[in-house]
Design a protein around this ligand. Structure first.
Ligand code: GLC
Length: 679
């Protein structure tokens, strides 16, 4: 049961796809106060209630005990005290033990605050509006509420099948030779790989939709050379367009008034990678169509995947603010700065970046309606990504193109996935990444994953191995790292054989991962779920913050602590533990419900099969190089049952948008004796 309440005069965000009438009864699930500044919603929570959702945020799966803010921000400090990351995912579910649970979605693209027991331990307070739409979702169970919400917001983006293979990225592949080296590095060690990413280095002076001809001579030829080796190249596109005379994207955008403007209608100038830049007004349908059309330049050269970045939009400094700050700095140049004066100076310089005041200085033309940016701030990444997705419908109709974004808002999940931005090579960020997954799935974002190994800081071999062992299960499995950090391609380390084994396990599990992803997308289900969603009656399941139900058959419990040779795992029911050192070396053990300490060596991948479930595992040749070597007909079945187990196998061509209808999903049943791998 979904109810809709409208306050003020909200903009159409496009988050939901169902047209619902406004509720005639007053809002009653929470106490609602309408104040001058907007809407305030309050609810007393019982101590045992849990709160799930909010997508990309820091901290745990249960969001209680902190204030989370939707206010898209480019900041790599994803630490416990951070209130906002790159997106706005304003959906949460209140899991109440003594009263009915419900979900609430606050469709408000401006700054929205969720104080989930930070100010008062047992009080939830949401601040939004004044212009917003609130949806409440009541249902029979957490899963039912989640599914109804997903039906409200529409089907999640589906990536091409090759984008479920292993992918390598690094900021710093400066020329074609660097990319070739990465490919050879994997192939010469028989480590499968499906894609290599091209970070900003490929562009000419960081200009979108250009390729530096010196670093990448004959780009189209290079793309096909890579394709011939089974490698897709995935270039980055940034939000800011460089101001440079003679650069067609800049000149055309200026001529047609496609960029965001200041209050007086002059283009708003802010600096990003290329220096002074302008932001395409992606909230304007004409500008959006124009910007999307630019992707053609790369697609015509054979590119079939993109990542959209810096689209919060990130601002290094605005022209306006820089002038102000420089003037003030000059005025204090000769001063003897005491504590507060020095802090003030530091604040001035640090405050240049992503300054909230800058977001109040520019405007969109939403098809005739002038709207100040801060009121729709969280939509920018969404509409930049929609620009690309809409264009793909014309440039590559009927074909899936890989697309994901850094900034997002609910609704964007229909057009692309996200990666979780600039994490660090920290063990705590491996755990954070595990915890973000179910929250993102709840908000419709299924094609997602984190920078494996960590983006900032230097990784270590053990961190990368453990992260990959978790990454095996994330739809986006991409190793990415920042300029200047230790090189973290898997072949940079000793024992590449261990890395090869881990990555091959991913390819072995692909029939399962792809089936589960596709069923989740087509059926509006969650691919990753907190344990409490599958075991609502089990009071302890809600306490588990580091294990995930993954698809229909398994649970994962990754190791995320350095030097740990194992971990505690909680089993809500009997499960079969599958321990793999490689695709070929598996052992299975049945474990009773309850707490277990499980040894998991550094090079081992472990997962747990639910009772009467099974899963397919592809048998791979030694020389499998990419997804085309995964034969969906050559499967082993791993199952746990005393009688028989079943599985619904999904497959399709992986590239067209002709998804298999439900009647073609293959239900397979095997008796215990007919399983290839069991305890
Ligand atoms: C941003 C992105 C990161 C990328 C870098 C350079 O920080 O989040 O992934 O490598 O920009 O383009």
């Amino acid at each position: 049961m979904i109810r809709k309440y409208t306050y003020g005069n909200p903009v159409e965000t496009g988050a939901v796809i169902q047209k619902l009438p406004d509720e005639t009864q007053p809002f009653s699930l929470m106490q609602l106060d309408e104040t001058q500044d907007g809407i305030r919603l309050f609810l007393r929570m019982a101590r045992e209630d849990a709160v799930y959702g909010l997508g990309e945020q820091v901290r745990g799966i249960n969001k209680r005990g902190f204030t989370y803010i939707s206010d898209a921000l480019d900041d790599p400090q994803h630490t416990e005290g951070r209130h906002n990351l790159y997106g706005g995912h304003n959906f949460l579910i209140l899991d109440r033990k003594k009263e009915p649970s419900f979900g609430i979605f606050v469709d408000d693209p401006s700054r929205t605050v969720f104080d989930i027991g930070e100010t008062k331990l047992d009080e939830l307070c949401i601040q939004a509006g004044p212009d917003c739409v609130i949806y409440t979702v009541e249902g029979e169970s957490l899963k039912d509420i989640a599914k109804q919400f997903r039906e409200l917001i529409g089907r999640s983006y589906i990536a091409p099948k090759w984008a479920f293979g292993y992918q390598q990225s690094r900021w710093g592949y400066a020329c074609a030779a660097d990319v070739r080296e990465a490919v050879v590095g994997h192939h010469s060690r028989q480590i499968p790989l499906d894609a290599v990413y091209m970070d900003i280095d490929y562009m000419e002076r960081y200009k979108d939709f250009t390729v530096d001809g010196e670093k990448f001579p004959d780009f189209a030829e290079f793309v096909s050379e890579m394709k011939a080796q089974g490698i897709h190249l995935v270039p980055i596109i940034d939000a800011g367009v460089k101001m440079e005379e003679g650069y067609p994207v800049y000149e055309e955008g200026m001529r047609e008034h496609y960029f965001c403007t200041d209050a007086d209608g002059k283009e708003f100038v802010a600096a990003v990678w290329p220096g002074k830049s302008l932001f395409p007004d992606v909230l304007n349908s004409k500008a959006r169509e124009w910007f999307g059309g630019q992707y053609r330049f790369l697609m015509e050269q054979g590119i079939d995947g993109f990542w959209n970045d810096m689209n919060e939009p990130a601002v290094f400094y605005s022209e306006r603010n820089l002038k102000k700050v420089m003037k003030e700095l000059r005025s204090i140049e000769d001063d003897n700065l005491d504590l507060y004066a020095f802090w003030h100076l530091k604040g001035l310089v640090n405050g240049l970046e992503n300054n909230p005041e800058d977001y109040r200085q520019f405007y969109h033309n939403m098809d005739g309606v002038k709207i100040r940016h801060d009121k729709v701030h969280n939509l920018y990444g969404y509409y930049m990504t929609k620009a690309a997705a809409d264009a793909f419908e014309h440039i590559a109709p009927g074909k899936r193109t890989l697309l994901f974004s850094r900034s997002s808002y609910i609704g964007m999940h229909r057009y692309g996935g996200i990666w979780t931005g600039d994490n660090a090579s920290w063990w705590s960020h491996l755990l954070l990444s595990i915890q973000q997954m179910p929250s993102l799935n709840l908000c419709g974002i299924l094609y997602t994953g984190s920078d494996i190994g960590g983006f900032g800081c230097d990784t270590t071999q053990d961190l990368l191995m453990r992260w990959l062992e978790f990454g095996i299960f994330t739809p986006l499995m991409r190793n990415h790292s920042a300029l200047g950090t230790r090189e973290q391609e898997v072949y940079q380390f000793e024992n590449t054989g261990d890395f090869r084994n881990i990555i091959r396990i991913r390819y072995g599990l692909l029939p399962y991962i792809y089936s589960e992803y596709m069923k989740a997308a087509l059926d509006n289900e969650m691919y990753f779920r907190p344990l409490a969603f599958d075991y609502p009656q089990d009071a302890h399941a809600a306490q588990v913050e580091d294990q995930l139900m993954t698809g229909s058959s398994i649970m994962i419990a990754p190791v995320y602590r350095q030097n740990a040779t194992g971990r505690y795992v909680y089993l809500p029911e009997p499960m079969m533990m599958v321990r793999m050192k490689s695709l070929e070396e598996k052992t299975c053990t049945v474990l009773e419900p309850g707490h277990h300490y499980v040894d998991i060596a550094l090079e081992e991948t472990v997962f747990f099969v639910k009772k009467n479930r099974m899963l397919p595992m592809a048998v791979l040749d030694e020389d499998v190089r990419n997804i085309s070597g995964v034969d969906m007909e050559r499967l082993e079945w791993i199952g746990f049952t005393d009688t028989e187990a079943s599985y619904v196998l999904y497959d399709d061509d992986g590239i067209s948008k002709q998804y298999a209808p439900k009647e073609n999903w293959k239900k397979i049943v095997r008796t215990k004796e007919a399983l290839d791998v069991t305890a």
